[in-house]
Ligand binder design. Structure first.
Ligand code: FAD
Length: 298
Protein backbone atom coordinates (compact mmCIF):
# COMPACT_ATOMS: atom_id res chain seq x y z
CA UNK A 1 0.00 0.00 0.00
CA UNK A 2 1.27 3.44 -0.83
CA UNK A 3 2.63 5.72 1.91
CA UNK A 4 -0.23 8.15 1.45
CA UNK A 5 -2.69 5.41 2.30
CA UNK A 6 -0.75 4.66 5.45
CA UNK A 7 -0.99 8.29 6.50
CA UNK A 8 -4.74 8.25 5.96
CA UNK A 9 -5.12 5.11 8.00
CA UNK A 10 -2.90 6.43 10.78
CA UNK A 11 -5.12 9.46 10.89
CA UNK A 12 -8.05 7.15 11.50
CA UNK A 13 -6.35 5.30 14.36
CA UNK A 14 -8.58 4.42 17.28
CA UNK A 15 -6.21 6.16 19.71
CA UNK A 16 -6.87 9.54 18.12
CA UNK A 17 -10.57 9.21 17.60
CA UNK A 18 -11.96 7.24 20.54
CA UNK A 19 -15.32 8.76 21.48
CA UNK A 20 -17.23 8.08 24.65
CA UNK A 21 -20.68 6.42 24.42
CA UNK A 22 -19.94 4.95 21.03
CA UNK A 23 -19.85 1.15 20.79
CA UNK A 24 -16.58 -0.52 19.96
CA UNK A 25 -16.61 -1.67 16.36
CA UNK A 26 -14.77 -4.39 14.51
CA UNK A 27 -14.85 -5.25 10.85
CA UNK A 28 -14.40 -8.58 9.12
CA UNK A 29 -12.94 -8.89 5.62
CA UNK A 30 -12.16 -11.83 3.39
CA UNK A 31 -8.86 -12.27 1.52
CA UNK A 32 -9.08 -11.21 -2.14
CA UNK A 33 -8.54 -13.60 -5.04
CA UNK A 34 -7.80 -11.19 -7.86
CA UNK A 35 -6.14 -7.80 -8.31
CA UNK A 36 -9.57 -6.26 -8.80
CA UNK A 37 -10.85 -7.79 -5.56
CA UNK A 38 -7.71 -6.66 -3.81
CA UNK A 39 -8.39 -3.06 -4.80
CA UNK A 40 -11.95 -3.40 -3.58
CA UNK A 41 -10.74 -4.75 -0.24
CA UNK A 42 -8.24 -1.93 0.31
CA UNK A 43 -10.77 0.68 -0.72
CA UNK A 44 -13.08 -0.78 1.94
CA UNK A 45 -10.33 -0.90 4.58
CA UNK A 46 -9.47 2.75 3.88
CA UNK A 47 -13.08 3.86 3.87
CA UNK A 48 -13.86 2.09 7.16
CA UNK A 49 -10.70 2.99 9.07
CA UNK A 50 -11.94 6.47 10.15
CA UNK A 51 -14.57 4.61 12.18
CA UNK A 52 -11.63 3.61 14.40
CA UNK A 53 -12.34 -0.13 14.73
CA UNK A 54 -11.11 -1.93 17.81
CA UNK A 55 -9.73 -4.55 15.40
CA UNK A 56 -10.24 -5.79 11.85
CA UNK A 57 -10.23 -9.49 11.07
CA UNK A 58 -9.51 -11.50 7.94
CA UNK A 59 -11.23 -14.83 7.31
CA UNK A 60 -9.59 -18.15 6.49
CA UNK A 61 -11.11 -19.99 3.53
CA UNK A 62 -12.82 -23.33 3.93
CA UNK A 63 -10.23 -26.08 4.25
CA UNK A 64 -7.37 -23.63 4.55
CA UNK A 65 -7.71 -22.72 0.89
CA UNK A 66 -6.79 -19.09 1.55
CA UNK A 67 -3.84 -19.72 3.87
CA UNK A 68 -1.33 -17.57 1.98
CA UNK A 69 -3.88 -14.93 0.94
CA UNK A 70 -5.15 -14.54 4.50
CA UNK A 71 -1.57 -14.27 5.74
CA UNK A 72 -0.64 -11.71 3.09
CA UNK A 73 -3.72 -9.58 3.85
CA UNK A 74 -3.24 -9.69 7.63
CA UNK A 75 0.46 -8.95 7.28
CA UNK A 76 -0.24 -5.98 5.04
CA UNK A 77 -2.75 -4.57 7.52
CA UNK A 78 -0.23 -5.06 10.35
CA UNK A 79 2.66 -3.48 8.48
CA UNK A 80 1.02 -0.74 6.44
CA UNK A 81 -1.77 0.58 8.62
CA UNK A 82 -2.32 1.46 12.25
CA UNK A 83 -5.30 -0.91 12.46
CA UNK A 84 -5.03 -3.94 14.70
CA UNK A 85 -5.49 -7.09 12.59
CA UNK A 86 -6.86 -10.41 13.78
CA UNK A 87 -6.19 -13.51 11.70
CA UNK A 88 -8.86 -16.20 11.44
CA UNK A 89 -7.44 -19.70 11.63
CA UNK A 90 -9.22 -23.07 11.40
CA UNK A 91 -8.50 -26.73 12.19
CA UNK A 92 -9.54 -27.99 8.75
CA UNK A 93 -7.11 -29.79 6.45
CA UNK A 94 -3.95 -29.18 8.44
CA UNK A 95 -1.78 -31.10 10.88
CA UNK A 96 -1.02 -29.51 14.25
CA UNK A 97 2.55 -28.63 13.19
CA UNK A 98 1.22 -26.83 10.10
CA UNK A 99 -1.23 -24.83 12.22
CA UNK A 100 1.59 -23.98 14.63
CA UNK A 101 3.77 -22.83 11.73
CA UNK A 102 1.01 -20.54 10.43
CA UNK A 103 0.50 -19.14 13.93
CA UNK A 104 4.23 -18.56 14.44
CA UNK A 105 4.26 -16.74 11.08
CA UNK A 106 1.61 -14.37 12.43
CA UNK A 107 3.42 -13.81 15.71
CA UNK A 108 6.63 -13.00 13.81
CA UNK A 109 4.96 -10.20 11.83
CA UNK A 110 3.44 -8.69 14.96
CA UNK A 111 -0.06 -10.20 14.80
CA UNK A 112 -1.25 -10.88 18.36
CA UNK A 113 -4.95 -11.69 17.86
CA UNK A 114 -6.34 -14.90 16.33
CA UNK A 115 -9.98 -15.76 15.70
CA UNK A 116 -9.77 -19.52 16.30
CA UNK A 117 -12.39 -21.70 14.59
CA UNK A 118 -12.98 -25.31 13.86
CA UNK A 119 -13.92 -24.47 10.27
CA UNK A 120 -16.13 -26.38 7.89
CA UNK A 121 -15.14 -28.86 5.18
CA UNK A 122 -14.32 -27.24 1.82
CA UNK A 123 -17.59 -28.56 0.30
CA UNK A 124 -19.57 -26.85 3.07
CA UNK A 125 -20.94 -27.87 6.45
CA UNK A 126 -23.38 -30.32 4.86
CA UNK A 127 -20.43 -32.43 3.67
CA UNK A 128 -19.79 -33.62 7.23
CA UNK A 129 -16.76 -32.58 9.21
CA UNK A 130 -13.85 -34.92 9.74
CA UNK A 131 -10.71 -33.72 11.46
CA UNK A 132 -7.32 -33.99 9.75
CA UNK A 133 -5.64 -37.18 11.02
CA UNK A 134 -2.83 -35.19 12.64
CA UNK A 135 -4.88 -32.09 13.32
CA UNK A 136 -7.18 -30.53 15.89
CA UNK A 137 -10.72 -31.79 16.23
CA UNK A 138 -12.60 -28.89 17.81
CA UNK A 139 -12.26 -25.16 18.27
CA UNK A 140 -11.23 -25.67 21.91
CA UNK A 141 -8.33 -27.91 20.83
CA UNK A 142 -7.13 -25.25 18.40
CA UNK A 143 -7.32 -22.55 21.08
CA UNK A 144 -5.17 -24.68 23.41
CA UNK A 145 -2.70 -25.36 20.59
CA UNK A 146 -2.41 -21.66 19.73
CA UNK A 147 -1.77 -20.78 23.36
CA UNK A 148 1.13 -23.27 23.31
CA UNK A 149 2.64 -21.39 20.36
CA UNK A 150 2.40 -17.91 21.90
CA UNK A 151 0.26 -15.79 24.18
CA UNK A 152 -2.23 -14.74 21.49
CA UNK A 153 -5.42 -12.86 22.26
CA UNK A 154 -8.03 -15.37 21.09
CA UNK A 155 -11.59 -14.81 19.92
CA UNK A 156 -13.90 -17.72 19.16
CA UNK A 157 -17.30 -18.32 17.56
CA UNK A 158 -20.68 -18.45 19.32
CA UNK A 159 -24.09 -19.22 17.89
CA UNK A 160 -27.27 -17.35 18.85
CA UNK A 161 -29.38 -19.97 17.06
CA UNK A 162 -27.22 -22.95 18.07
CA UNK A 163 -24.48 -24.47 15.95
CA UNK A 164 -26.18 -26.63 13.28
CA UNK A 165 -24.37 -29.78 14.47
CA UNK A 166 -25.04 -29.22 18.17
CA UNK A 167 -27.48 -31.47 19.98
CA UNK A 168 -28.74 -28.62 22.17
CA UNK A 169 -28.19 -25.04 23.30
CA UNK A 170 -26.76 -26.44 26.53
CA UNK A 171 -24.14 -28.42 24.58
CA UNK A 172 -23.22 -25.25 22.67
CA UNK A 173 -22.68 -23.36 25.92
CA UNK A 174 -20.58 -26.21 27.30
CA UNK A 175 -18.32 -26.17 24.25
CA UNK A 176 -18.07 -22.40 24.40
CA UNK A 177 -16.89 -22.82 27.99
CA UNK A 178 -14.23 -25.31 26.83
CA UNK A 179 -12.90 -22.71 24.38
CA UNK A 180 -12.73 -20.17 27.21
CA UNK A 181 -11.03 -22.64 29.55
CA UNK A 182 -8.47 -23.19 26.80
CA UNK A 183 -7.71 -19.46 26.63
CA UNK A 184 -10.31 -17.58 24.55
CA UNK A 185 -11.22 -14.15 25.91
CA UNK A 186 -13.93 -13.05 23.46
CA UNK A 187 -16.71 -14.70 21.48
CA UNK A 188 -18.09 -13.28 18.25
CA UNK A 189 -21.48 -14.53 17.16
CA UNK A 190 -22.74 -15.89 13.89
CA UNK A 191 -25.02 -13.34 12.25
CA UNK A 192 -28.71 -13.29 13.16
CA UNK A 193 -31.68 -11.04 12.46
CA UNK A 194 -33.73 -11.15 15.65
CA UNK A 195 -32.14 -9.39 18.64
CA UNK A 196 -33.85 -11.83 21.00
CA UNK A 197 -31.60 -14.61 19.70
CA UNK A 198 -28.53 -12.69 20.87
CA UNK A 199 -30.02 -11.82 24.25
CA UNK A 200 -31.08 -15.43 24.74
CA UNK A 201 -27.53 -16.61 24.08
CA UNK A 202 -26.15 -13.97 26.42
CA UNK A 203 -28.54 -14.97 29.17
CA UNK A 204 -27.70 -18.66 28.79
CA UNK A 205 -23.98 -17.91 28.85
CA UNK A 206 -24.19 -15.59 31.86
CA UNK A 207 -26.29 -18.02 33.86
CA UNK A 208 -23.71 -20.70 33.10
CA UNK A 209 -21.07 -18.39 34.60
CA UNK A 210 -19.50 -17.34 31.29
CA UNK A 211 -18.34 -13.75 31.69
CA UNK A 212 -16.27 -12.98 28.58
CA UNK A 213 -17.58 -10.42 26.06
CA UNK A 214 -19.92 -11.99 23.51
CA UNK A 215 -19.90 -9.65 20.55
CA UNK A 216 -22.90 -9.70 18.20
CA UNK A 217 -21.97 -10.34 14.56
CA UNK A 218 -23.89 -8.05 12.21
CA UNK A 219 -24.43 -8.81 8.53
CA UNK A 220 -25.59 -5.88 6.44
CA UNK A 221 -27.24 -7.80 3.61
CA UNK A 222 -25.37 -7.11 0.38
CA UNK A 223 -27.20 -9.78 -1.63
CA UNK A 224 -30.38 -11.28 -0.22
CA UNK A 225 -30.41 -14.42 -2.43
CA UNK A 226 -26.80 -15.30 -1.60
CA UNK A 227 -27.34 -14.60 2.08
CA UNK A 228 -30.34 -16.92 2.10
CA UNK A 229 -28.29 -19.74 0.57
CA UNK A 230 -25.48 -19.29 3.07
CA UNK A 231 -27.90 -19.05 6.00
CA UNK A 232 -29.29 -22.49 5.22
CA UNK A 233 -25.77 -23.90 5.75
CA UNK A 234 -24.73 -21.91 8.81
CA UNK A 235 -27.98 -22.22 10.70
CA UNK A 236 -29.13 -18.59 10.65
CA UNK A 237 -32.89 -18.29 10.22
CA UNK A 238 -34.55 -15.79 7.90
CA UNK A 239 -37.64 -14.24 9.48
CA UNK A 240 -40.71 -13.73 7.31
CA UNK A 241 -40.57 -9.94 7.80
CA UNK A 242 -37.06 -9.97 6.29
CA UNK A 243 -38.21 -11.97 3.25
CA UNK A 244 -41.02 -9.47 2.81
CA UNK A 245 -38.72 -6.46 3.16
CA UNK A 246 -36.57 -7.70 0.26
CA UNK A 247 -39.40 -9.10 -1.87
CA UNK A 248 -39.52 -7.71 -5.41
CA UNK A 249 -36.21 -5.84 -5.06
CA UNK A 250 -34.04 -8.19 -7.15
CA UNK A 251 -33.61 -5.63 -9.91
CA UNK A 252 -33.37 -2.60 -7.67
CA UNK A 253 -29.93 -2.61 -6.00
CA UNK A 254 -30.36 0.91 -4.66
CA UNK A 255 -33.54 0.03 -2.83
CA UNK A 256 -31.95 -3.25 -1.64
CA UNK A 257 -29.09 -1.28 -0.09
CA UNK A 258 -31.55 1.06 1.56
CA UNK A 259 -33.44 -1.85 3.12
CA UNK A 260 -30.18 -3.56 4.13
CA UNK A 261 -29.02 -0.44 5.97
CA UNK A 262 -32.38 0.06 7.66
CA UNK A 263 -32.60 -3.57 8.81
CA UNK A 264 -29.03 -3.66 10.16
CA UNK A 265 -29.36 -0.23 11.81
CA UNK A 266 -32.54 -1.24 13.62
CA UNK A 267 -30.95 -4.48 14.79
CA UNK A 268 -27.87 -2.62 16.09
CA UNK A 269 -30.03 -0.03 17.84
CA UNK A 270 -31.93 -2.77 19.66
CA UNK A 271 -28.70 -4.54 20.61
CA UNK A 272 -27.16 -1.34 21.96
CA UNK A 273 -30.35 -0.49 23.84
CA UNK A 274 -30.15 -3.96 25.39
CA UNK A 275 -26.59 -3.39 26.60
CA UNK A 276 -24.28 -4.50 23.76
CA UNK A 277 -21.09 -2.44 23.78
CA UNK A 278 -19.29 -3.89 20.75
CA UNK A 279 -20.58 -4.68 17.25
CA UNK A 280 -18.70 -6.89 14.79
CA UNK A 281 -19.59 -6.27 11.13
CA UNK A 282 -19.34 -8.86 8.39
CA UNK A 283 -18.43 -6.31 5.73
CA UNK A 284 -18.02 -8.67 2.75
CA UNK A 285 -15.31 -6.20 1.72
CA UNK A 286 -17.86 -3.44 1.15
CA UNK A 287 -17.63 -0.20 3.07
CA UNK A 288 -20.86 1.48 1.97
CA UNK A 289 -23.42 -0.54 3.95
CA UNK A 290 -21.38 -0.77 7.16
CA UNK A 291 -20.52 2.95 7.03
CA UNK A 292 -24.17 3.90 6.57
CA UNK A 293 -25.23 1.69 9.50
CA UNK A 294 -22.52 3.12 11.77
CA UNK A 295 -23.51 6.67 10.81
CA UNK A 296 -27.10 5.88 11.79
CA UNK A 297 -25.87 4.71 15.19
CA UNK A 298 -24.05 7.91 16.02
P1 FAD B 1 -16.43 -25.80 17.58
O1 FAD B 1 -16.42 -24.95 18.77
O2 FAD B 1 -15.40 -26.86 17.46
O3 FAD B 1 -17.88 -26.46 17.46
C1 FAD B 1 -18.21 -27.24 16.30
C2 FAD B 1 -19.26 -28.28 16.67
O4 FAD B 1 -18.68 -29.26 17.51
C3 FAD B 1 -20.43 -27.71 17.44
O5 FAD B 1 -21.58 -28.42 17.08
C4 FAD B 1 -20.05 -27.95 18.89
O6 FAD B 1 -21.18 -28.03 19.71
C5 FAD B 1 -19.30 -29.27 18.77
N1 FAD B 1 -18.21 -29.39 19.78
C6 FAD B 1 -17.32 -28.42 20.09
N2 FAD B 1 -16.46 -28.86 21.02
C7 FAD B 1 -16.80 -30.15 21.28
C8 FAD B 1 -16.27 -31.14 22.13
N3 FAD B 1 -15.21 -30.89 22.91
N4 FAD B 1 -16.87 -32.36 22.14
C9 FAD B 1 -17.95 -32.62 21.37
N5 FAD B 1 -18.50 -31.70 20.53
C10 FAD B 1 -17.92 -30.48 20.48
N6 FAD B 1 -15.14 -20.69 9.06
C11 FAD B 1 -14.04 -20.72 8.27
O7 FAD B 1 -13.79 -21.75 7.60
N7 FAD B 1 -13.20 -19.65 8.18
C12 FAD B 1 -13.40 -18.51 8.90
O8 FAD B 1 -12.62 -17.56 8.80
C13 FAD B 1 -14.54 -18.44 9.74
N8 FAD B 1 -14.81 -17.35 10.49
C14 FAD B 1 -15.86 -17.34 11.36
C15 FAD B 1 -16.06 -16.23 12.20
C16 FAD B 1 -17.12 -16.20 13.09
C17 FAD B 1 -17.29 -15.00 14.00
C18 FAD B 1 -18.05 -17.28 13.14
C19 FAD B 1 -19.22 -17.24 14.07
C20 FAD B 1 -17.87 -18.38 12.31
C21 FAD B 1 -16.76 -18.44 11.44
N9 FAD B 1 -16.52 -19.56 10.63
C22 FAD B 1 -15.41 -19.58 9.81
C23 FAD B 1 -17.43 -20.70 10.63
C24 FAD B 1 -17.02 -21.79 11.65
O9 FAD B 1 -15.79 -22.36 11.29
C25 FAD B 1 -18.13 -22.84 11.64
O10 FAD B 1 -19.30 -22.30 12.14
C26 FAD B 1 -17.79 -24.16 12.32
O11 FAD B 1 -18.78 -25.12 11.93
C27 FAD B 1 -17.82 -24.08 13.83
O12 FAD B 1 -16.69 -23.49 14.32
P2 FAD B 1 -16.41 -23.43 15.91
O13 FAD B 1 -15.07 -22.84 16.07
O14 FAD B 1 -17.54 -22.83 16.62
O15 FAD B 1 -16.36 -24.99 16.22
Amino acid sequence: MAGTNKARLLHGSHKEKMTVNVPALSFEFFPPKTAEMEKKLWDAVLALSPLSPHFVSVTYGAGGTTRSRTHATVKRIAQETSLKPAAHLTCVGAAREEVAAVARGYWEVGVRHVVALRGDPPQGAAGGYAPHPGGYRYGCDLVAGLKRVADFEISVAAFPEKHPESASFEADIEYLRKKIDAGATRAITQYFFEPEYYFRLLERARSAGIAIPIVPGILPIANFAQMKKFSAMCGASIPLWLEEAFAGLDDNPEKQNEVAVRVASELCQKLLAGGATHLHFYTLNRADLTTAVCKNLR
